[in-house]
Design a protein around this ligand. Sequence first.
Ligand code: ADP
Length: 447
Amino acid sequence: MFEKILIANRGEIALRVHRACKEMGIETVAIHSTADSDAMHVRLADESVCIGPPPARESYLNIPAILSAATIAGVDAIHPGYGFLSENARFAELVEEHGFTFIGPTPQHIRMMGDKIVAKQTAEKLGLPLVPGSPGPVESLDEVKALGEKIGYPVLVKAVAGGGGRGMKVIDSADAAEEAFTLARQEATAAFGNGSVYVEKYLGRPRHIEIQILADTHGNCVHLGERDCSLQRRHQKVLEETPSPALNRETRERIGDLAATAIGKMGYRGAGTLEFLYQDGEFYFIEMNTRLQVEHPITEAITGIDLVREQIRIAAGAPLGFTQADVKFSGHAIECRVNAENPETFVPCPGLVTDYHPPGGLGVRVDSGLYTGYRMPPYYDSLVAKLIVSGGNRNECLMRLRRALGEYVIGGIETTIPLHQRIIAQQEFVDGEYNIHWLERLVGLKK
Ligand code: ADP
């Protein structure tokens, strides 16, 4: 097993990885920018290295600085968390070339799934159902229009290098194709330095259902059930739950087995997530994430499996200690992403945290680096806390979540806690009747 791990991230996820390491008797090395010297992930780590100035490209994305920090600290392995370099195949390669273990999949698998067209082609070969659309990138407006005719409007233009919902545009009719196609390509170029786009049928009322999988280097592969991430704003997840109110046991087993079999055939290693849209009883693969997800704690809550611990064990070459039959799902869990944003305008609101009292009690978990007196820097993502609540069933979970949100005090900055209170007060949410467009209608982004 590793003796020392460098955590190439910040915020709540750096803390999350640190906690798993400490419980395994592994020393941790934090990295940080000059804007994060007082951050909780730096305070708790056994060692820390300042790797650059505030902008992420000069610090958390600065590969030479991170590798130098790993060398100086003498670590065995590097955990990338999510975001930043977690899905950068070149980083994974360089980590290994420098003699460290990358806690994640092989660079080949990261590269393959980072290109959404290659990912879809691979998924199709592995027997996963796809959203109808272009088999490859679309180069011209005529091609977009021909596809619109063939699969029927509305269609969605998506960036091949996509992520975070950027470079995605809906086209309602042939007349709107030119503008959407141009805009999507511009946005994709600006966000990813790659303007390549493809086309998919735009589904009208799907749910976003994703399957968590774990695979070791000994050929064992299991799924840990689904997460329903349909509550989204601008294609970004806001609240997630498991099990999905839309799936029954049989459907869960069907898609879970399909996903685990596909991943097994790929020879994948580590944790991964297969994302699907689900509508009218059918699943459609959209992408695979080759890393830990923000919403992983809800899966931990209902399975009792520590996903970060498993990632570390797998990277160290250990076999999974359990089989599919050993995985038991118990109760219900919901995660609320708490962002430092105005809950109505969603304008980020970094600043000094004057008061901090997280909720507690049975079935309540808070993953956050916040503390009273912490000054949140303006340079990074606005996610400041994850409130994860679990209960014996969905109703108990919802009652507990209402109670926990009411207890949560974060003073000095605005947060999206009131948005979550509003969501869970809606009858449709209580009934589990929502799809990926529901939240945008609630917050007035869509009619
Ligand atoms: P990204 O990598 O940018 O997050 P995804 O492919 O994961 O892009 O899609 C993000 C979200 O966009 C999905 O969860 C869903 O809400 C919406 N979306 C993606 N593809 C479609 C589609 N074909 N029809 C309708 N909505 C879609």
